[in-house]
Every structure is written in structure tokens, then in C-alpha cells.
Design a binder for this molecule. Structure first.
Ligand SMILES: Cc1cc2nc3c(=O)[nH]c(=O)nc-3n(C[C@H](O)[C@H](O)[C@H](O)COP(=O)(O)OP(=O)(O)OC[C@H]3O[C@@H](n4cnc5c(N)ncnc54)[C@H](O)[C@@H]3O)c2cc1C
Length: 332
């Protein structure tokens, strides 16, 4: 007999459906430490309901597997160790994820919307013949997600009817899962023989003593108003006083003032620090797309009409070459 649902048993049904979900989070790491965005992806996975498993694939990643097993909300850690997983190449990780999916039949597969996740999950989705949903900022239900469109100017709510939902998660939209309190089991998985269509040669990472841009609590960013790469020294001095990361607008990157790993915005990094200080940045929508979720925004610009003042909590209409050194000197 078919029963009509009232509000109470609709809630029970939602709970029941959520219990049957099971999500695989693909961990991003360097064999030694977990990349923080994985913790945000774990929180998103927990919101889907059901069990959360984490895949840790690497060359010598026992330490990371151990870290993840303690993360709150993770029930199982799947570990795959092989030389072919060096550098996290999507060509090698995809068959592993497909084999894991075949074994465990997850309802969702997700990763952080970082270069790693954006590189990997579309390939996984294509191989599973499902449409991926990228850069989600909210989970309405196990099949309905919110993501931004038009450089963050509109929100799109997407219902996904695929048998397995493949998602990347915007790190700044979900709290990081707690790194203690979990007690996950561990299991080994493998994908069979290596694909060997591509080879990891090397990576040259920028070394910096400053905090990482996407996870820093304070970010000082400079734009074309800085006029040269040398003048960014003003921002580095200020950042050192605040233990801040330094970012930049695309115009500053394109002009060659700073490297492109410092770019904040639609085609750069998405940040949401406690404090974002925009110096000599006009506030184009593509820049705002990367920083407008910051808790407090301070803008320093000599043009009172600059659009950045529309999103700023505090604005200083002034010449940056005068006020930035003054501000730096005033900070103890
Ligand atoms: C598809 C696409 C993607 C894009 N992605 C990004 C992105 O990811 N990130 C991004 O930032 N942009 C992006 N852009 C570029 C974006 O549209 C803007 O061109 C760029 O953000 C402008 O950078 P800016 O504010 O530094 O430069 P400008 O717009 O030239 O602004 C410089 C500001 O400095 C101020 N200024 C000058 N001198 C001083 C001084 N002495 N003291 C104080 N203020 C001063 C000026 O008043 C001005 O407001 C993208 C564009 C496109 C089309």
C-alpha cells in the first residue's frame, strides 16, 4: 500500500536516504602532509550523510593515511602505494578510483576544487560516463548542489540524477573537518598494472616562509597600482608584520610584477581569510570572485570611485605609496 508522506515521515525518509549514501573523498597530499582542502572536502562528504571513505594514493603515504584515520567523520581509509602514483597523475589515479568504485559502489566521489581535483575528477567522471559537478559551495541534499556561475554573480542550484555523483568542493565554503576524534579503519586497494601514458618528472615549488595563500588568515594583495614588482616589497613588509600571505590581481601578474601562483580571482585562487587587504586593486568582478567571501575586506585605493569600495568593510582613499609604509610602521 502506498503511503502519503507528511512532514514528519518525509524527514524520516530523508534520514533513511542519507544513511544509504557513501562517499569517496580523494585525498590530496605530498606523501608527508595532507593538503588542507581535503579536510574541507571531508566536511562536505559528511554533509551528504552515510559513510565517508578516503582514498590515499601515493608512493610512501603511510603517514598521511595515519593522519586521515584520525580525522573526524572518516570511517575508512583506502591506501594505495605504488611508484606510479608519484605526482598524483590523473592518468594513473583514474583507473585506481574506477577499481575502488567497482569494489565499493560509492554514491558520491569528491575532491577539493584545487588544481589536483580539477585535473582528476573530470577524467573520472568521463570514464564513468557521468557529468561532474564542479566547485560546489553548498549541499542542499544528496543530489542537489549549489555552485556559482558568471564569475560568482549568480548561484545555480543543480539537481544531479547520475547514478554516481562526481563533485569538486570549494574549500572556502566548507569548514575544515577536525583532525582529531576519528578512528577510521584502513584497507589496501590497488588498480592493477600502471597505465604509463605519462610520466612525472619534477616539480619546482616556490619556497616561502609566509603562510599559504588559500589557507592564510590574513591576505595582503596588490594590483596594477603597485606599478612594479619591486614595489611589492611594501606589501611583503606589511604582510610580515601581520603573518599574512601575499596575493595579487591578474593585472599585476600579467604585467610580470609577481608570479601567477599569487593570483586571486576567477582564474586564480579563491580565498576567504579573516582579513583581506586590497592595495591598488580596482575591484573588477573577476577579482571579487576570488575574495569577496573574506570576513573583513580593507581597500586602499586613490580613486574614491573604485568598485572595490563597494565590497570593502573599511576603505582608505589614499596614495598607497604613502599609507602602506605608515601602516607597516604603526603595526608593532
Ligand atoms: C576571463 C577573465 C578572467 C579574469 N580573471 C581574473 C582573476 O582571476 N583575477 C583578477 O584579479 N583579475 C582577473 N581578470 C582581470 C580583471 O578583469 C581586471 O582587469 C584586473 O582584476 C584588474 O587588476 P587591477 O585592479 O590590479 O588593475 P586596475 O584595474 O588597473 O586597477 C588599478 C587600481 O590601482 C589604483 N591605484 C593606482 N595607483 C595608486 C596609488 N598610488 N595608490 C592607491 N591606488 C592606486 C587605481 O585607482 C586602480 O583602481 C580577468 C579577466 C577576464 C576577462
Amino acid at each position: 500500500m502506498l503511503r502519503t508522506l507528511n512532514k514528519t515521515n518525509l524527514r524520516q525518509l530523508t534520514g533513511l536516504i542519507q544513511r544509504f549514501q557513501s562517499t569517496l573523498v580523494v585525498a590530496e597530499h605530498n606523501n608527508d602532509t595532507l593538503t588542507p582542502i581535503t579536510l574541507n572536502a571531508i566536511t562536505a562528504a559528511s554533509k551528504l550523510g552515510g559513510e565517508v571513505s578516503c582514498l590515499v594514493a601515493g608512493t610512501n603515504c603511510a603517514k598521511v593515511a595515519e593522519q586521515i584515520s584520525k580525522v573526524k567523520g572518516v570511517t575508512k581509509v583506502l591506501v594505495a602505494q605504488h611508484d606510479t602514483y608519484k605526482g598524483g597523475l590523473p592518468e594513473e589515479l583514474t583507473p585506481l578510483i574506477l577499481a575502488t568504485q567497482k569494489q565499493f559502489s560509492f554514491t558520491h566521489i569528491c575532491a577539493g576544487a584545487s588544481a589536483f581535483g580539477k585535473n582528476l575528477l573530470p577524467r573520472v567522471a568521463a570514464k564513468l560516463d557521468v557529468a561532474p559537478i564542479s566547485d560546489i559551495i553548498e549541499i542542499k541534499s544528496p543530489d542537489t548542489f549549489v555552485r556559482t556561475i558568471y564569475a560568482g554573480n549568480a548561484l545555480s542550484t543543480v539537481k544531479c540524477n547520475e547514478s554516481v555523483k562526481v563533485l569538486t568542493v570549494r574549500g572556502t565554503s566548507f569548514e575544515a573537518a577536525e583532525t582529531v576524534g576519528g578512528n577510521a579503519t584502513s584497507e589496501e586497494v590497488s588498480s592493477g598494472s600502471p597505465v604509463e601514458v605519462s610520466e612525472w618528472l619534477e616539480q619546482n615549488l616556490t619556497k616561502s616562509d609566509r603562510p599559504e595563500l588559500t589557507s592564510a588568515k590574513v591576505v595582503v594583495s596588490g594590483g596594477r597600482g603597485l606599478k612594479s614588482g619591486d614595489n611589492f616589497k611594501l606589501l611583503y613588509n606589511l604582510a610580515d608584520k601581520l603573518n599574512a600571505a601575499v596575493g595579487a590581481s591578474r593585472a599585476a601578474v600579467d604585467a610580470g610584477y609577481v608570479p601567477n601562483d599569487m593570483q586571486v580571482g576567477q582564474t586564480g585562487k579563491i580565498v576567504a581569510p579573516e582579513l583581506y587587504i586590497a592595495v591598488g586593486i580596482s575591484g573588477a568582478i573577476q577579482h571579487l570572485a576570488g575574495m569577496k567571501d573574506s570576513k573583513t575586506i580593507v581597500a586602499i585605493n586613490k580613486d574614491p570611485e573604485a568598485p572595490i569600495f563597494q565590497v570593502a568593510d573599511y576603505g582608505l582613499v589614499a596614495d598607497l605609496f604613502k599609507v602602506v609604509p605608515e601602516l607597516t610602521a604603526a603595526l608593532k
